[in-house]
Ligand binder design. Structure first.
Ligand SMILES: [Zn+2]
Ligand SMILES: [Zn+2]
Length: 151
């Protein structure tokens, strides 16, 4: 798995130099880095990583099998940490077939023994109706009809 590919979190970096190293075991240094690596883990279906980085107090026993949701874009609006508490406010765009939606969440994180964990969040989901001539929701900068809306 040494090939170069852009990181799914959209940071513009190579996967190995971005979220890949956290998936390989390096502790994410900030709540935002952990959040980004968890988004990438959703994209790559790394359930093991998602559960590992979930705080034991709120961690589900397992994650639902979900083959229909495709996560396409992450935008971190605001993040920060004070002491062992952290927060990240983000928007994550996803599609289920031809239906698009954005999940916006203010998440809380805690640090224990030098590792950040996802604690919980208040998610809100909004349906999106991209127009054919709108900018594509994936963030490519192209028109929807010439990008993800093709076909
Ligand atoms: Zn990344
Ligand atoms: Zn697109």
């Amino acid at each position: 798995m040494a090939e170069q590919r852009p990181c799914p979190c959209g940071d513009g970096q190579d996967y190995q130099g971005c979220c890949g190293r956290y998936h390989a075991g390096t502790p994410a240094p900030t709540p935002e880095a952990l959040m980004r690596s968890r988004f990438s883990a959703f994209v790559l279906k790394r359930d093991d990583y998602l559960l590992e980085t979930w705080h034991p107090d709120t961690r589900p026993a397992s994650l639902p099998d979900d083959d229909t949701t495709r996560w396409v874009r992450l935008e971190v609006l605001e993040s920060g940490a004070s002491g062992e508490q952290g927060h990240v406010h983000f928007r994550a765009t996803f599609r289920e077939g031809r239906r698009w939606a954005v999940l916006e969440e203010a998440s809380r994180f805690v640090r224990e023994d030098g590792r950040w964990y996802y604690l919980d969040g208040r998610p809100g989901v909004t349906r999106l109706k991209p127009g054919r001539n709108d900018r594509c929701l994936c963030g490519s900068g192209r028109k929807f009809k010439a990008c993800c809306g093709m076909g």
